[in-house]
Design a protein around this ligand. Structure first.
Ligand code: SF4
Length: 300
């Protein structure tokens, strides 16, 4: 409790805002000013009236906030909390792929480094990938780094999608057998899965949503039980917003180790020291910002 009080008073003193991704541990979500997916949080970061953003998430999210809010101090409390998928492609590899497909547009998932965003034409999220691809004039699209999101988008477009072979280990290891087992245990429940899941899991789901979409669906659905196919931290937010409904993880193993690195002690230390700070060199930020802003202009 001492830590929470210290966090709240230091937050005020620093004119700081605490943002927490849906996959953060419950204590961190509960102390945050805003809990959401990476895009919701980055958008919020840009419009917030504050001097400091404590971004409880992983590296690419804090980078995106820094790109959109260059005048604010952005701090990632857990040093080294990274998204392995974002690092599965390098700028050199993307440039090689672009030279193999010179006519193709390049779409990168926001779960990517600032350098990859800078080398792309437009970003997308798990919520708007289909609309972003539809908005392009090109008939060929290089899609990086997530092969599963690429496959999901390819189902909904006639364009040729050229995927990169990256993946989120948390979602990719969910299996069709997990869905069959969970449905047998909870036959009345709706199955909601994230588009980072494999095509085999998506085939068996009732709905495919980003985490923000899962939240909206759970709030509005008449169903009272849900099997949730994403990182386990999402269950905390869903239960909090829908106390009369039941939420079951598709797998208890759907845990992102990097998302779990942040705890209240690190949040407090981040407020005390304003470190580890995240910034993006301006020559990269300016190009990455263009890809993000082009995405934000696409109507969903
Ligand atoms: S859940 Fe997957 S995509 Fe999200 S940060 Fe962890 S590894 Fe990256």
């Amino acid at each position: 409790m001492a830590t929470i009080n210290e966090i709240l008073s230091l937050k005020k003193e620093r004119r700081a805002t605490i943002l927490a991704h849906n996959y953060q541990i419950a204590e961190v979500q509960d102390v945050a000013d805003l809990v959401g997916d990476s895009l919701e949080l980055s958008r919020a970061a840009a419009r917030l009236d504050c001097d400091v953003i404590i971004f409880c998430g992983v590296d690419f999210m804090a980078e995106t906030a820094a790109i959109l809010s260059p005048q604010k101090t952005v701090v990632l409390p857990a040093r080294g909390a990274c998204c392995p998928m974002a690092h599965m492609i390098t700028p050199e590899q993307l440039c090689d792929l672009k030279s193999l497909h010179p006519e193709a547009a390049v779409v990168c998932y926001v779960n990517s480094t600032a350098e990859i965003k800078a080398e792309s034409d437009v970003c997308c999220t798990s919520a708007n990938g289909v609309e972003v691809v539809a908005s392009l004039s090109e008939d060929e699209v290089i899609f990086v780094p997530d092969r599963n999101l690429a496959a999901y988008v390819a189902r909904h477009t006639k364009k040729k999608i050229i995927p990169w072979d990256g993946y989120c280990y948390v979602h990719d290891r969910l299996t069709a057998q997990d869905v069959t087992t969970a449905r047998a245990l909870h036959p009345e429940a709706e199955v909601l899965v994230h588009p980072e899941c494999s095509p085999q899991v998506i085939d068996l789901a009732d709905f495919v949503y980003s985490t923000a979409g899962m939240g909206r669906h759970a709030n509005s659905s008449s169903a009272s039980e849900f099997i949730i196919g994403t990182e386990i931290g999402m269950i905390h937010r869903l239960k909090k917003e829908n106390p009369s409904k039941e939420f079951y993880p598709l797998s208890e193993n759907a845990i992102c180790q990097n998302m779990k690195k942040t705890d209240l002690d690190l949040v407090l230390r981040a407020l005390q020291t304003l470190e580890p700070r995240v910034s993006v060199p301006e020559q990269i930020a300016v190009r990455a910002r263009r890809s993000i802003e082009r995405m934000l202009a696409v109507k969903v």
